[in-house]
Structure formats: structure tokens, C-alpha cells
Write a protein that binds this ligand. Structure first.
Ligand code: XMP
Length: 506
């Protein structure tokens, strides 16, 4: 295990992902953990992340100094490097100019720069800089504005870099991280999803024994992968309740059911309650209220079904790692907890929750899904909001408008895939607006709905740009939707980034 200590920087999860991409398991811990708590992980290496603070601020987060006595290699990145330098007796000051952007860095001799030569591009983003390295350290990289861009003490195996090796803007960064992991920490790089699956399956079958486990399936990737994983461990002792609220994409519910039943022979109860959801949503136009109703109703349906089953022992949740990482900045005790379906059921009689994906990032969940032989098209589906198409049907949801949306969305996705753009664009979907406008078809006046197309490129879904889809593709989509889907006479393309817009319309 490698321990990533979080100081609240924006790329923290990216660091953890880079480590795992090097097939080394890692955990992200808040900086408030003590050296003893960190030692309990038996780390082979420790990485300090960047962070928004200045090391000499009164409340600047600091690692427990005992961490430097564990005899474990340390890599400090940006704020992490400055903090290490300061805590070990170096000096950090505000620089005359903020260094920001992709900058040439000259690399010297270091185990972490093995196979990386001379001048390289890297992403710099700092206001403070290291003025003096602590005793025992040598400087091994510099830029025009930053005389100390990397430093090391090869004896104690402490390394610091001012730049960000974890981002794509630093092309040599992943090699550097691998060098640190393999050459300095002695990691083997043998952690992978096949292994994870094997270990989890044997752990779960032992832990669960002959007990009963219940899983709420939303139809999305996470809960599907969690269910299949547990099914491999305990077979028919797993009961899945698939609450189909009718707000999934076209044919999606049927596809999920088919795979579950035919490929895996999973114990599945599908509750078709589209009508019930539509009734509850009738007359409701406010986005937040829509979300709330769907979350609550999902739980209610689930509870009703669970009651019929009676006592169970475990409840499965598809929680993934980004949902549980404790924040390093601010109040470290707050755990981000994003339950897609709106929280836990109050009334389900169980003794424990199991979260088989709790330690995995989204990409890893998908890889795990592939290992488990869930078909690629299901595993690599795009992110889909918990409230489903409800937040893409602007204003009040009605069945006819929902059906228009499903058809238009299916056409858009089909054409994007035909054009081979599905990998380049990170999320793409149709939205049905609550507006009608005048058009002409044949010789007839029409007064019909407007469909908006939304497509974004993003790495983290926190910010994004609208995708530059070729005009010909947009043209084909527009023509097909208007010709094939009744009651649509106008197509618009959303050309706003996030911020200021969000990816979803509601
Ligand atoms: P926004 O619209 O906030 O969306 O820019 C960012 C990403 O989050 C997805 N999204 C959700 N995912 N439950 C989810 O699991 C939700 O309630 C939810 N709302 C938005 C959205 O699809 C995009 O990928």
C-alpha cells in the first residue's frame, strides 16, 4: 500500500489514480492522521499532495512530524514539497511572480527521473517557492523562475517536486511517479482488477457464509458491478431489487435485466413502477423537488419490496471511492457521501452494509466490470444522474415528453457512436425543453417541442467544455430526430461550458 496524504489540492484524486494505474494499491488519507495511524497501513511509500494553503499561514495544514521517522520513502508534490522542506529545516517564501502554466523544467540526476532526460514540459502552479532546501538535500531540477523545482535526499529517500507530475500537462509525470513507486519504494506493480475480484470474492463468500444479502439496483454501472461481484461470491443468496422508475434511457432497463437473468442467472426482482413515479411527479416542475421526490420514492419502493422478503443480513451499496474520501482541506471529519438514490432505507431489517466498491475509482469499477464479463456496452455507459431522464425533461414530466426524449436521445447517441466520437466526448445526451415553437413541415404549420443536444469534454466533471462536434454529425442528428421523432420541430446545440452552465440542465 502507498498512502497519499491529502492537503486539499484539486488534483489529489488524480495522484491516487496515477498510483493505481501503476498497479500499486493506495489509499487517500486526510493530513490529520497521526504517524501511528499511517504506520498501521504498512505503507511502502507516502505521497503528500498539493494544497491551497501557504505553509507559513497560521493554520496551514501540517503532517505529523513522526511521519518522517517511519523510515518510509516520501514524495512531496507542490504544497507537499514546500511543507516537507519547511518542516525539515528549509525555507519557503512568497515568490516575486506566481509561476503558472506549462513550463520547461531542467531535470538533473535522480532515481525518480530515471529514463527522463534534460529539458521537459511540466505544469507549475504556485505562489510560494522553496528558497533553501533542508540539510542533507540536493536540488535536482530548476526552471527559469524557480531555482528549486525538485530536491532529494536519497539517503532518507525523501523527494520533493514543485511541479505537478499527476496531470497530463506534465507528460513525463506518470513515468516519474512509477520511478518513485518501483525504484524508490520497491513496489512491484502487481495490483490489478482480476486480483481484486478474486480476493474480494473469496473474502465475501467467507464473511457472508450462508447469510442473505439484499441489493438495490438502480440500473447504473456501479450497482450492477457490485451485484455481479457479490453474485460470484454467494450466488442465489444475493437478492437484487431493481427499481425501474421508468426514467432510464431507451431500452436500458430491459438490457440490464436481460444480462442479469440470462448471463448471470441472478436472483432478480424487477419492480416496474414508472406509472407510480410519473404520478408522484405530476405537476412538479422544480428541479430540486423532482430530485427529492425520486430519491424518496425509490427508497419507498425498495422498502416495500424488502418487507416482502423479510429479514436479511446484509445490504449492498454501490458506493465508490470518490464518495468516501475524507477531505483534507477544511473540516477533515466531513465525509462526502453522495447516495444516488437519496439515502438509506429507514425500514429494512438488516445488520450490516457491505460496499464492495468502496475502495475503487470509477474507471476501476468499469475495469472490474469487464473482468466479471459484464458486456462492454453496459460497463462503459456514460455517467447517468441518479434521477435519470427526469432532469433532462425540463419542467413538468409527462409521459409523451419523456418518450420523445428517449427516442431523440437514442438517435443522438447512435450517431455519436457511428462517428466514432464516443471516447472523445465524455458525456452526451439530449434534453427536451419545456418550450414549443412554430415550424413548417411539408406545407403545414407545426407547433412542437425543441430538443437540445448537450455534449461535453471533461476529465473530472467539475469543469468542462462543450464538445466541438463536426457540423455534419450535428446535421445528421438534427435531421434524423426531426424526421423520426414526432412532435419535435427544432434542434439546438448547447454551446456553454461548465462553469457557468452545469452539464445537466437541471
Ligand atoms: P452537473 O450537471 O452538476 O453534473 O454539471 C456533473 C456530473 O454529475 C452527474 N450528475 C449526477 N450523478 N446523481 C449522480 O449520480 C445525481 O443526482 C447527479 N446529478 C448530476 C451528471 O450527469 C454529470 O456527469
Amino acid at each position: 500500500t502507498v498512502v497519499v496524504i491529502d492537503f486539499g489540492g484539486q488534483y489529489n484524486q488524480l495522484i491516487a489514480r496515477r498510483v493505481r494505474e501503476a498497479n500499486v494499491y493506495c489509499v487517500v488519507l486526510p493530513y490529520s492522521k497521526t504517524a501511528e495511524e499511517i504506520r498501521a497501513y504498512s505503507p511502502k511509500g507516502i505521497i503528500f499532495t498539493g494544497g491551497p494553503n501557504s505553509v507559513y499561514d497560521e493554520n496551514a495544514p501540517k503532517v505529523d512530524p513522526g511521519v518522517f521517522e517511519l523510515g518510509v520513502p516520501v514524495l512531496g508534490i507542490c504544497y507537499g514539497a514546500q511543507m516537507m522542506s519547511m518542516m525539515l529545516g528549509g525555507c519557503v517564501r512568497r515568490a516575486a511572480t506566481r509561476e503558472y502554466g506549462v513550463i520547461d523544467v531542467r531535470l538533473g540526476k535522480s532515481p525518480i527521473f530515471n529514463d527522463i532526460e534534460g529539458k521537459q514540459e511540466c505544469l507549475m502552479s504556485h505562489t510560494d517557492r522553496i528558497e533553501e532546501v533542508p540539510e542533507g538535500f540536493e536540488v535536482v531540477a530548476y526552471t527559469d523562475d524557480c531555482p528549486i523545482a525538485a530536491f532529494q535526499d536519497t539517503g532518507r529517500k525523501f523527494y520533493g517536486v514543485q511541479f505537478h507530475p499527476e496531470v497530463n500537462h506534465t507528460p513525463f509525470g506518470s513515468t516519474m511517479i512509477r520511478n518513485f513507486l518501483y525504484r524508490v519504494c520497491g513496489c512491484h506493480g502487481d495490483w490489478n482488477m482480476a486480483d481484486y475480484a478474486r480476493k474480494y470474492i473469496s473474502y465475501a463468500s467467507e464473511k457472508i457464509g450462508d447469510k442473505k444479502v439484499l441489493c438495490a439496483l438502480s440500473g447504473g454501472v456501479d450497482s450492477s458491478v457490485a451485484a455481479v461481484l457479490l453474485h460470484k461470491a454467494i450466488g442465489k443468496q444475493l437478492i437484487c431489487i431493481f427499481v425501474d422508475h421508468g426514467l432510464l434511457r431507451k431500452n436500458e432497463g430491459d438490457e440490464v435485466e436481460k444480462i442479469f437473468r440470462e448471463q448471470f442467472d441472478i436472483n432478480l426482482i424487477r419492480v416496474n413502477c414508472a406509472e407510480r413515479f410519473l404520478n408522484r411527479l405530476s405537476g412538479v416542475a422544480d428541479p430540486e423537488q423532482k430530485r427529492k421526490i425520486i430519491g424518496e420514492e425509490f427508497i419507498r419502493v425498495f422498502e416495500e419490496e424488502a418487507k416482502k422478503i423479510g429479514k436479511i443480513d446484509y445490504l449492498v451499496q454501490g458506493t465508490i471511492y470518490p464518495d468516501v474520501i475524507e477531505s483534507g482541506a477544511g473540516d477533515a471529519s466531513v465525509i462526502k457521501s453522495h447516495h444516488n438514490v437519496g439515502g438509506l432505507p429507514d425500514y429494512v431489517d438488516f445488520k450490516e452494509i457491505i460496499e464492495p466498491l468502496r475502495n475503487l475509482f470509477k474507471d476501476e469499477v468499469r475495469k472490474l466490470g469487464e473482468e466479471l464479463e459484464i458486456p462492454k456496452h453496459l460497463v462503459w455507459r456514460q455517467p447517468f444522474p441518479g434521477p435519470g431522464l427526469a432532469v433532462r425533461c425540463i419542467g413538468e414530466i409527462t409521459e409523451p415528453r419523456l418518450n420523445i426524449l428517449k427516442d431523440a436521445d437514442a438517435i443522438f447517441r447512435e450517431e455519436i457512436e457511428k462517428a466514432g466520437l464516443q471516447k472523445e466526448i465524455n458525456q452526451y445526451f439530449a434534453v427536451i425543453t419545456d418550450m414549443r415553437s412554430v415550424g413548417v413541415m411539408g406545407d403545414e404549420r407545426t407547433y412542437d417541442y425543441t430538443i437540445a443536444l448537450r455534449a461535453v469534454t471533461t476529465t473530472d466533471f467539475m469543469t468542462g467544455e462543450w464538445a466541438r462536434i463536426p457540423y455534419e454529425v450535428l446535421d445528421t442528428v438534427s435531421r434524423r430526430i426531426v424526421n423520426e421523432v414526432k412532435h419535435v420541430n427544432r434542434i439546438v446545440y448547447d454551446i456553454t461550458g461548465k462553469p457557468p452552465a452545469t452539464i445537466e440542465w437541471e
